[in-house]
Design a protein around this ligand. Structure first.
Ligand code: SIN
Length: 280
């Protein structure tokens, strides 16, 4: 049965669709190993037709990879605090995740990965994009790589979950707590993937505030350069959702962006976020 698993890359940069896996079933060790290897090789993996993935099974799949995160600022699903219901109603204008970011880099131990299940999708639009941060790092000059290796960045949720970000978060469909005093944590600007040993950039426009020991004003030009650089098209892939689709991405090596181009239609997703370890 496990030999039926097929891994089909969807772009040259990252992302692969996996056929022949029912995430709601008990995966054999062999099937699990194949899925895990595809996750490490392709950084984001996609499964279609996962209509049997109940909240319990969704969490059970996530627990194969680690403990599950309960979001500190966004209220989880009723009875399932580990599941974020990411909903945009037809009359709402803003969406959740509508800017390039990596999940939970504002924590001391940021997320390993996120598993997003599409419940209801708009008839057009609402795609998600990912960008490979290993490729972004590898494309830099040796001189800039060397400079960045010596730098630490300060991350916090205080911008996105502060007054500026509230309009995107606090809508009728999602409830978020304001966090203007959210703590700051330090992470290396170049991070080594704990499972593959590959280096990648680890700053993002949503949660990286400045470099350690630099003012915000001094940090801005170099951060802006990295933010522009890291999202270039050759580093990206784009996924068209169907109801029942699942994406599982590695937050240690990717950014993602939820497109907000389907006004007047409903989009409903459920996300389980797997806790990770301290970046080094
Ligand atoms: C997110 O940032 O986790 C949301 C992604 C999406 O809704 O496509």
């Amino acid at each position: 049965m496990t030999s039926a698993i097929q891994v089909k890359p969807i772009s040259g940069a990252l992302g692969a669709e996996i056929d022949g896996v029912d995430l709601a079933s008990d995966l054999s060790n062999e099937a699990f190993d194949q899925v895990h290897q595809a996750f490490l090789d392709h950084h984001v993996i996609f499964f279609r037709g996962q209509h049997g993935l109940t909240p319990e099974k969704h969490k059970a799949f996530g627990r194969h990879f680690g403990t599950l995160n309960v979001h500190p600022y966004v209220k989880g699903m009723e009875g399932h605090p580990e599941i974020l219901e990411i909903i945009k109603e037809p009359e709402e204008k803003t969406n959740f995740g509508g800017g390039w970011h990596t999940d939970m880099s504002f924590l001391e131990e940021p997320a390993l990965g996120s598993i997003l299940h599409a419940i209801e999708v708009p008839p057009f639009g609402g795609d998600t994009l990912w960008a490979n941060q290993h490729l972004a790092y590898e494309a830099l000059s040796d001189g800039l790589k060397e400079t960045l290796e010596g730098l630490t960045a300060i991350h916090s949720a205080k911008g996105e979950y502060g007054p500026k970000g509230q309009s995107a978060l606090n809508r009728q469909s999602m409830e978020a707590t304001a966090a203007p005093d959210a703590p700051e944590f330090e992470h290396p600007v170049v991070r080594t993937h704990p499972e593959t040993g590959r280096k990648g950039l680890y700053v993002n426009p949503a949660f990286t505030l400045r470099f350690k020991g630099w003012s915000r004003r001094e940090s801005r030009p170099l951060l802006n350069y990295l933010f522009e650089h890291s999202r270039q098209e050759p580093f990206t892939c784009r996924f068209r959702w169907e109801a029942g689709s699942v994406a599982f991405w590695d937050n240690r090596s990717t950014w993602h962006f939820a497109l907000n181009d389907y006004h007047g239609h409903r989009r409903h997703m459920r996300r389980v976020t797997v806790n990770g370890d301290r970046p080094f």
